[in-house]
Design a binder for this molecule. Structure first.
Ligand code: MN
Length: 340
């Protein structure tokens, strides 16, 4: 990934080294591995990945990999290091104190924003992996509705997750299957609740080679009323209108406003942001509140409306912008009617 770009930044900023401690998505980003415990030390001209003997020792282009064993602090000890880059959002106080002892003359600077910026614009290789994760996510949904036999929320989540795992993926996050009024809680915790007549929210995604997909689809169990169909179409039109507004250098907040205006008086039931960037993390930059759309941004568009103790709805796609918008989660958005 963009290791050399980051190293150029270190040179320019006079940062002697950046010390990342696991768990840190930036370690996954640069090494494309998820070791149980590791350090990644990036210097302007070289990088070293330290893993324990509990993990397989990976071979990574331009990064030397070594085991770290008892006394590693002494081996690294260096009183010539003056500036250390850290990920302030994740480095624990415990490790910061350790680093201060290892590098007694060093002061710390936060490099988390630079890392987020580098990661927000995907390389072709990254986009390919996300596209594959999205494809498998979409297939899982199609399989589910073509052969629906589930009785509980857990059954549904298990079906989707098994499909994705059978295709060689991990799950991006625990699947949300929310039947009837559970759907009014955007992050409902999937339970052994029996499926009930009404809308069901399915929010899930595959993780392919460390890259995530995020998709939400609605299904209807039983037969929807005219009013329920209208609600669904209102939300779908809001999502499509927001996608329509995607263009180079557009503010993400403009998309958010577009989606909200389409919801009219129901806007007040749309209680979260319209979307988020996605990559090695399910939620990463770009941020809708502050950023503008740039080439190779990968992000979600997911308006939702939630009626407490009644039902909730959300429709979400993962997309890539490369001058043109490409929806990567291609599962159909006509509301499927299922029998229970
Ligand atoms: Mn999402």
């Amino acid at each position: 990934m963009k290791l050399s770009e980051f190293q150029k930044y270190l040179t320019k900023q006079n940062i002697n080294l950046t010390f990342l401690t696991s768990p840190d998505p930036n370690i996954t980003y640069f090494t494309q591995t998820k070791p149980s415990h590791a350090f990644l030390i990036i210097k302007p001209k070289e990088a070293e990945f330290l893993v324990t003997k509990l993990d397989a020792k990976p071979r990574i282009k331009n990064i030397a990999t070594n085991y770290f064993t008892t006394g590693w602090e002494k081996k690294l000890s260096n009183n010539k290091i003056k500036t250390i880059g850290i990920n302030k959002e994740l480095l624990s106080v415990h490790y910061q104190e350790k680093l201060q002892k290892i590098y007694p003359k060093a002061k710390f600077v936060d490099v988390s924003n630079q890392l987020k910026l580098l990661r927000s614009q995907k390389t072709p290789e990254e986009t390919k992996k996300i596209a594959k994760a999205c494809k498998i996510t979409s297939e899982a949904f199609n399989e589910l509705i073509n052969n629906f036999k589930c009785k509980t929320e857990q059954d549904v989540a298990f079906f989707l997750e098994k499909y994705m795992k059978d295709k060689g993926c991990e799950i991006a996050f625990p699947t949300i299957a929310a039947t009837s009024k559970n759907g009014a809680i955007p992050h409902h915790v999937t339970s052994n609740q029996k499926l009930r007549k009404g809308f069901m929210v399915l929010d899930f995604g595959a993780c392919y080679k460390n890259y995530n997909a995020d998709m939400t689809r609605m299904v209807y169990l039983g037969k929807p009323s005219k009013e329920e169909k209208e609600f669904y179409n209102l939300l779908l039109n809001s999502q499509l209108a927001a996608i329509e507004e995607i263009k180079d250098k557009q503010k993400f907040m403009h998309l958010d406003k577009t989606a909200r205006s389409k919801l009219g008086k129901y806007n007040k039931y749309f209680v979260h942001s319209l979307g988020h960037g996605i990559g090695v993390e399910v939620h990463e930059d770009p941020k809708f509140k502050e950023h503008i759309i740039n080439q190779n941004h990968v992000f979600t568009i997911e308006p939702g409306i939630y009626f407490k103790n009644k039902f909730g709805m959300r429709i979400e796609d993962t997309l890539v912008f490369k001058g043109k918008t490409k929806i990567l989660t291609t599962a159909p958005k006509e509301l499927p009617l299922l029998r229970i």
